[in-house]
Design a protein. Structure first.
Length: 240
């Protein structure tokens, strides 16, 4: 954490004697600074902490963004030009993990999103999978695969527990590029992923989940082995 990073946003009471550190922290920055969204969420509403309310600002060190609370969720202060991509979060993948969950990824601020996964490796050649929220049924989709000799094949999800073919990982690389349409709107969520290369096969994938759940989180996992290192980044497409 940087010199300005906080772990709480305190509320002082009448006649309380403030320490020099408390005064210095308040004077150094008008906007509370947090290491990441997890530290931000933990800093409000506890004993002696400020109650989170509409208009609250926060700065996140991991993504270098300023956010505001709109009364129901956090939104990033960013460009409003048509087609702009706004970085929402960057989640570091740990060591030898079997899955990574990204919370507070989707909100009403953006209709559509772009997710990237890269910079790490896996313990074995594997395809990457995507689960939305806690939903473990009703995933439908298909991957078109072309091997390096030109042979065309397909792989499908028919009422699966997650989207099964949204990227790949191996002992020397990891990659996924995923467009997610309407995850926080009360309609069916659809995805498009790829292109990506797993082993000697190039693939693209399209799918949808058969419900109208409004999602805020997702989980990435390999179909075999574990993941180490790299970053999962979430971007929102500006609505206007």
């Amino acid at each position: 954490m940087g010199a300005n990073a906080q772990t709480t946003v305190p509320t002082f009471v009448t006649s309380q004697v403030l320490t020099a550190d408390q005064m210095n922290q308040s004077a150094r920055t008008g906007v509370p600074v947090f290491a990441d969204s997890t530290a931000r969420d933990a800093a409000f509403g506890g004993t002696g902490e400020k109650t989170l309310a509409e208009g609250q600002l926060a700065y996140l060190e991991d993504t270098n963004v300023v956010q505001y609370y709109d009364g129901s969720s956090w939104a990033t202060v960013g460009p409003a030009s048509a087609g702009a991509l706004v970085l929402i979060s960057a989640t570091t993948i740990g060591s030898a993990v079997s899955s990574v969950t990204v919370s507070n990824a989707f909100s009403a601020t953006y209709d559509n999103y772009f997710i990237t996964v890269g910079g790490g490796v896996s313990s074995a050649l594997s395809v990457l999978r995507l689960q939305l929220g806690a939903t473990t049924t009703g995933y439908y989709g298909g991957a078109v695969n072309v091997n390096f000799s030109g042979t065309l094949t397909g792989s499908g999800d028919n009422n699966a527990s997650q989207f099964s073919y949204i990227g790949w990982a191996n002992t020397d690389a990891m990659a996924a590029h995923i467009f997610v349409n309407s995850p926080n709107i009360a309609i069916k969520t659809s995805v498009w992923a790829g292109p990506y290369v797993a082993g000697s096969t190039a693939s693209t994938y399209q799918g949808m989940v058969a419900n109208s759940t409004q999602y805020t989180a997702f989980t990435i996992s390999p179909n075999t082995g574990t993941l180490t290192g790299g970053t999962i980044r979430v971007y929102g497409f500006a609505n206007s």
